[in-house]
Design a binder for this molecule. Structure first.
Ligand SMILES: Cc1cc2nc3c(=O)[nH]c(=O)nc-3n(C[C@H](O)[C@H](O)[C@H](O)COP(=O)(O)O)c2cc1C
Length: 347
C-alpha cells in the first residue's frame, strides 16, 4: 500500500508543503476515467451524483488534479476557493496538523491563481464526478465590489456543474459578516442574473440556531440549490484559523441536524469531520443524502473513498437494495430503522 509508505514521509514535512507535493505526485499519475458502480448514483433537486461522497473545497484550489481526484471515487469534486484575481493568501506556515485527533487547522486566506489560472484546467477535466467550483471574494474587496466579482466568476466558469459561494471561511477578514440576510439577498439576485447553474451557500459551524434558521429561510426564498454545512470552526484556544476533522465533527453535525429537521426541500450537503461510514450513516439518519470530506482523506489516504463506496454497497446488499436512490426514496422513518438495524450489525 503506497500511502502507508508515503504518509510518514509526507507528515515529516510542513503540512502545506506535503499538500503541494501530494498534488504534484497525483498529477503525474495518468488518471483513467473512473467507472462508478451505477448502484451508487443518486439525485436530489437538479443534480445527480455518481457517489454520495464529494471532495470538499480547498484541497484542489486551482483545479490542478480534477481527473485524478475523480478517479479516487469522489462523486463530486469542489475546486476552489477561487477568487477573481490571483492572491497569495496569508503568510506561511498556515496549516497545522493534530494527528492524534485526525484534525487540521488552517489560516490560508484563499491563496489561489485567480480565475484565469483555472479556466484551462476546468476545460481539460475528463472525470465522471460532478464538478463544483467554490468561489469567494478577493481579500481587499468591499462587500459591494465582491458582488460584482462573484458575478463575473459565475458568468465565465461555465464548465462548473454547480457553484458554491463561500461566505464562511474564518480566514478572510469580514467574510463571515457576508452571511447577513440583506447582503445575501442582493448577492444571489445578482448571481442569478449571470447563471442558471445550481448555487450553494457554504456556511460556518459557529452560528446560533436563529442564524441557521435565518440562512435556511433566505436560501429557500432565493431558490438556491442548497446549503453546504459546514466550513471550519474557530478555536482561538488552539490558535488562528479554522479547525477541520474530528475536532469539528460534533459542531457540524449540530448545524446539519438543525437544517435537516426543518424538512427543507433544499439539498443539504454535510461536511465537517466525517471520517467513517458510521458518520455517513449518522448523517443519513438525520435525513441527509450527500456528504463531503477533506481532512479524513488527508489522514486515511487515496483509497479511503473507494473503501467508503464499498461500504455503501455492502449496506445496500444487506437490505437487498440495488440502487442507493431506492434507499433515499424510502420514508425517513423507514430509513432510520434500517440504519439502526445495520448499526447494531456492524457494532
Ligand atoms: C487546508 C484547508 C483548506 C481549506 N480551504 C477551503 C477553501 O478554500 N474554501 C472552502 O470553502 N473551504 C475550505 N476548507 C474547508 C473544507 O472545505 C471543509 O469545509 C472543512 O475542512 C470541514 O471538512 P473536513 O472536516 O472533512 O475537512 C479548507 C479546509 C482545509 C483543511
Amino acid at each position: 500500500m503506497i500511502y502507508s509508505v508515503l504518509k510518514p514521509l509526507l507528515f515529516k514535512l510542513d503540512a502545506e508543503t506535503a499538500h503541494h507535493l501530494a498534488l504534484q505526485i497525483s498529477e503525474l499519475y495518468q488518471a483513467h476515467t473512473y467507472q462508478f458502480s451505477p448502484r451508487l448514483s443518486s439525485h436530489k433537486n437538479t443534480l445527480e451524483l455518481p457517489s454520495p461522497i464529494g471532495l470538499a473545497a480547498g484541497l484542489d484550489k486551482n483545479a490542478q488534479a480534477l481527473t485524478t481526484l475523480s478517479s479516487l471515487g469522489f462523486g463530486a469534486i469542489e475546486a476552489g476557493t477561487i477568487t477573481l484575481k490571483a492572491q497569495g493568501g496569508n503568510p506561511r506556515p498556515r496549516v497545522w496538523r493534530y494527528p492524534e485527533q485526525e484534525s487540521l487547522r488552517n489560516a490560508m486566506g484563499f491563496p489561489n491563481g485567480g480565475r484565469e489560472s483555472i479556466l484551462i484546467n476546468l476545460k481539460n477535466y475528463q472525470g465522471a464526478s460532478v464538478l463544483g467550483v467554490n468561489i469567494g471574494k478577493n481579500k481587499e474587496s468591499t462587500p459591494a465590489e465582491s458582488i460584482d466579482e462573484l458575478g463575473q466568476l459565475v458568468s465565465t466558469l461555465g464548465q462548473a456543474n454547480y457553484f458554491t459561494i463561500n461566505v464562511s471561511s474564518p480566514n478572510t477578514p469580514g467574510l463571515r459578516a457576508l452571511q447577513e440576510p440583506g447582503y445575501l439577498r442582493e448577492l444571489f439576485s445578482e448571481l442569478k442574473r449571470h447563471t442558471d447553474k445550481p448555487l450553494f451557500l457554504k456556511i460556518a459551524p459557529d452560528l446560533v440556531k436563529e442564524e441557521i434558521q435565518g440562512l435556511l429561510k433566505i436560501s429557500e426564498e432565493l431558490k438556491l440549490e442548497g446549503i453546504i454545512a459546514t466550513n471550519t470552526t474557530i478555536r482561538p484556544d488552539l490558535g488562528v484559523g479554522g479547525i477541520s476533522g474530528k475536532l469539528l465533527y460534533a459542531k457540524s453535525l449540530m448545524v446539519q441536524e438543525e437544517l435537516l429537521q426543518s424538512q427543507t426541500p433544499l439539498t443539504i450537503i454535510g461536511v465537517g469531520g466525517i471520517s467513517s461510514f458510521g458518520d455517513i450513516l449518522r448523517f443519513w439518519k438525520l435525513g441527509g443524502q450527500w456528504v463531503q470530506i477533506y481532512t479524513a482523506f488527508v489522514y486515511q489516504g487515496p483509497t479511503f473513498i473507494h473503501h467508503l463506496n464499498k461500504e455503501i454497497l455492502r449496506f445496500l446488499d444487506h437490505f437487498g437494495i440495488y440502487q442507493l436512490q431506492t434507499f433515499f426514496d424510502l420514508s425517513l422513518a423507514v430509513r432510520k430503522k434500517m440504519i439502526e438495524e445495520y448499526e447494531k450489525k456492524i457494532s
